[in-house]
Design a protein around this ligand. Structure first.
Ligand SMILES: [Fe+2]
Ligand SMILES: [Fe+2]
Length: 195
């Protein structure tokens, strides 16, 4: 399936808002890939498909992950939106024929992030946050940081997620904390090198 075929198929699967968000994430991902010298085509495919698992909510999400043999942790089972990256990775493989492990992994990890992400994984994580339809407190700082230093942007995004989750009283996934800590450590180490 080429990118246009992927876009046409996805348009029939997602609601209008989610589809527009996905197109935006694809476009921002392509710009970031160009800026950071990584594969633009892979960034576009991962960007357009990152939320292809979004239609599976609550019981449907749990049913899906049981079917594919993924063992969710208690936080994922309580807060099922956390499962859409795992589901999306599987849908990208079986419905869109994606076999590239870098693309699949970027879809898999876009929600919580993880420590030590690849450049492509970081790009999708960040693009999901800063695309033009998004509006968070501090969003302009995140948009600026994205094109200066990906780890700096990841710290801002993860901290914003953590604040939101604490305010809402939701369970906080450990991967979100690890994502923030890892990028913060990378930043601190690089500052030490610079002096
Ligand atoms: Fe998502
Ligand atoms: Fe998204």
């Amino acid at each position: 399936m080429n990118i246009n075929e992927i876009i046409n198929k996805l348009k029939n699967e997602l609601d209008e808002f989610r589809f527009r968000h996905s197109v935006n994430v694809m476009e921002v991902s392509a710009k970031l890939a160009k800026k950071y010298g990584t594969d633009i085509e892979k960034a576009k495919i991962a960007g357009i498909l990152h939320d292809c698992g979004k239609n599976y909510k609550k019981e449907k999400a749990i049913e899906y992950i049981e079917k594919i043999g993924y063992e969710a942790d208690p936080i994922e089972l309580t807060h099922t939106p956390l499962l859409h990256g795992i589901i999306g990775q599987h849908i990208a493989q079986v419905e869109y024929g994606i076999t590239d492990p870098e693309i699949l992994s970027a879809i898999r990890w876009h929600t919580t992030g993880k420590a030590g992400m690849t450049t492509l994984e970081k790009i999708i994580y960040v693009a999901d946050y800063i695309e033009p339809l998004r509006n968070f407190e501090n969003i302009e700082n995140m948009r600026r940081a994205a094109f200066e230093n990906l780890d700096m942007c990841i710290v801002l995004c993860a901290e914003s997620t953590i604040r939101y989750i604490l305010n809402k009283g939701f369970l906080l996934h450990v991967k979100t904390v690890e994502t923030r800590n890892h990028s913060l450590s990378v930043l601190r180490n690089s500052n030490e090198v610079i002096g």
